[in-house]
Design a protein around this ligand. Structure first.
Ligand code: ATP
Ligand code: MG
Length: 221
């Protein structure tokens, strides 16, 4: 039977837009944008969920609210039955090991002074609550690079030595390092990449199962 990994119930995220603090205090030139307004949906485990809509309709805001990068006004985001909106800092840290965002602007996300190996190793060194892996971090990094079709030599290079597409794959390698259950890819990750990741990932498919994907596309793409 298919299980819901995420259930969203009556989610509302509003933004207050105005010219400055005075407009907020006195209500002049001040408007409320109902970016997400009463959304309910369910995302099945191991499936890809696509959300399509015109530009500005609230897709990114919905994605950001699921990951609690913005706070909703009301509603629930249940991840394996637990409400993300009510999680404390410790619970959020655990949730963010299981749910990953791949940002479109990878160059903006990567520290230019760190090697690609250090960038990918970072989440591996921060993992908590799991048994110690049998292999070294270097081996894990090499497997992750291989999973996204990059040469293991990439580990000793710096981000500026890669093309945009290669940088995006480095971002994917980092995102899948902790075997996430839920992934929201940024624009530019093509289906081909996704299938390769699912087919060759270094994870443990028997134990964790394939990740669930949450894709956002505007109607002009
Ligand atoms: N941080 C913010 N502060 C104020 N308003 C915002 C903020 N983020 C988004 N909005 C507004 O919320 C609405 C929804 O924006 P959102 O980015 O979610 O749209 P989208 O569907 O992702 O669009 P696109 O397909 O162009 O990426 C827009 O009217 C936008 O101006
Ligand atoms: Mg968007």
């Amino acid at each position: 039977m298919e299980v819901d990994l995420i259930q969203i119930k009556n989610l509302k995220t509003y933004f207050f837009q105005g010219k400055g603090l005075l407009s907020k205090w006195f209500g002049q030139g001040f408007k409320i944008v109902h970016a997400v307004d009463g959304v309910s949906l369910a995302i099945k485990k191991g499936r890809t969920f696509g959300l399509v809509g015109e530009s500005g309709c609230g897709k990114s805001t919905l994605g950001n609210t699921i990951f609690r990068l913005v706070e909703p006004l009301e509603g629930e985001v249940l991840f394996q039955g637990q409400d993300v909106v009510k999680m404390n800092q410790k619970e959020l840290r655990e949730f963010r090991q299981k749910a990953q965002i791949i940002f479109q602007d990878q160059f903006g996300c990567m520290n230019p002074r760190m090697t690609v190996g250090q960038i990918i190793a970072e989440p591996l060194m921060m993992r908590q609550g799991e048994p110690e892996p049998q292999k070294s971090i270097e081996q894990e990094v090499a497997e992750l690079l291989n999973a996204v079709n990059l040469d293991p030599d990439a580990a000793v290079k710096f981000p500026n030595e890669f093309s945009g597409g290669q940088a995006r794959r480095i971002g994917v390698a980092r995102a899948i390092a902790l075997n996430p259950m839920f992934i929201k890819p940024g624009g530019g990750l093509i289906g081909h990449d996704k299938h390769r990741i699912q087919g060759n990932g270094p994870g443990h498919p028997d134990a964790a199962g394939l990740p669930t994907w949450f894709r956002l596309c505007d109607t002009h793409k």
